[in-house]
Design a protein around this ligand. Structure first.
Ligand code: PLP
Length: 333
């Protein structure tokens, strides 16, 4: 797997005592490079994980290329190594806007896929799907048969009891939107992503790291400050200051090996309208212009104050602000 995998993969490897082999990212590959991944495969490899929609930048990993390299390896050495596709986000996006992109069971090496309903499936949090290519790919000893609810039920989840609300919401969305409905929503998202990305670049302050092509990535914009403009603030400062205007835009560093790279990310979902794009760009512009006016010392003070919930205090109504000193002095917390 790429070093850019979501933390669930690191957890799975640790909990199940699987040796994880990571392909480090580099300047040209901010996500899994199949050529490097194939070098890590050996006779003990149980599978390769490819992501359809890297959490960091939204890029789709090249599942087809990985498939072809693994098929070649099998021909040459007899090693059978399958692929799991972590399509947490892309599984509900790519089929509607890039139907010709081969990343799923059309590729012989893909044996299982996961997708989250609460991302682009447009449901409440708490639902995700795992699908296997065939019964043979889900080992029988992982399936437990129970009959205490009145009939035979196959269970291969880790726990059992769970509310059904997300299942119902997913069912409702699938029926109500249908294929065309989801396609319309996703097309609209890409149109808005392109619109927002263009405006961000036009401010002269930002450059894009994500691809805007529906066949290459999610409707996600990962972006950075341009480095050919003198400034003494970074992406984290932007993220903190824009909170004062009501936006939560995460600033983070790239996966291991590329930790020096800082980025900001906006994930566009169905309710992200053009109007909201305009507001965001105006607020981002105002934020960077404000930061550009601060001198270095001011920035140091700004950074030091963050740990003290400064921003939160500043937003509190007046009668609550009175408690600020008490909190600072440790009387209350
Ligand atoms: C690529 C990827 N895989 C897995 C997950 C975890 O999905 P869930 O929140 O449905 O457990 C995420 C969530 O951010 C993700 O982006």
């Amino acid at each position: 797997m790429g070093a850019n995998v979501q933390v669930c993969w690191e957890k799975a490897a640790r909990y199940m005592e699987i040796e994880a082999r990571y392909v480090n990212c580099d300047e040209e590959h901010l996500f899994l490079n199949p050529e490097k991944a194939i070098e890590l495969v050996d006779e003990n490899t149980i599978g390769v994980c490819a992501i359809l929609g890297s959490t960091y930048t939204g890029h789709y990993e090249d599942v087809k290329k990985m498939n072809d390299l693994l098929e070649k390896l099998e021909k040459e050495t007899g090693l059978f190594v399958p692929i799991h596709v972590d399509a947490a986000s892309g599984g509900f996006v790519a089929p509607f806007v890039a139907p010709d992109l081969e990343w799923d069971f059309r590729l012989p090496k893909v044996v299982s896929i996961n997708v989250s309903g609460h991302k682009y499936g447009l449901c409440y949090a708490g639902i995700g799907w795992a699908v296997w290519r065939s019964h043979d790919d889900l080992p029988e000893d992982l399936v437990f048969h129970i009959n205490y609810l009145g009939s035979d039920q196959a269970s291969f989840t880790l726990n059992f009891s769970k509310g059904a609300a997300p299942v119902i919401s997913q069912y409702y969305n699938l029926i109500r939107f249908g294929y065309d409905g989801y396609r319309n929503i996703m097309e609209n998202l890409y149109a808005n992503t392109e619109y927002l990305a263009k405006q961000l670049v036009e401010t002269g302050w930002f450059k894009l790291l994500s691809s805007l092509d529906p066949a290459l990535g999610l409707p996600v914009i990962a972006f950075q400050l341009v480095n050919d403009r003198p400034h003494h603030f970074n992406e984290t400062d932007v993220s903190h200051v824009i909170r004062e205007r009501g936006w939560i835009i995460p600033a983070y560093t790239m996966a291991p090996n590329m930790g020096h790279m800082h980025l900001l990310r906006v994930v566009l979902r169905e309710d992200f309208s053009r109007n909201r794009c305009d507001l965001l760009v105006a607020d981002l512009k105002a934020t960077v212009e404000y930061l550009a006016k601060q001198d270095k010392t001011h920035m140091e003070v700004h950074r030091a104050s963050r740990g003290k919930w400064q921003t939160l205090f500043d937003k509190l109504p007046k009668h609550k602000v009175a408690a600020k000193e008490e909190v600072a002095s440790g009387k209350v917390c």
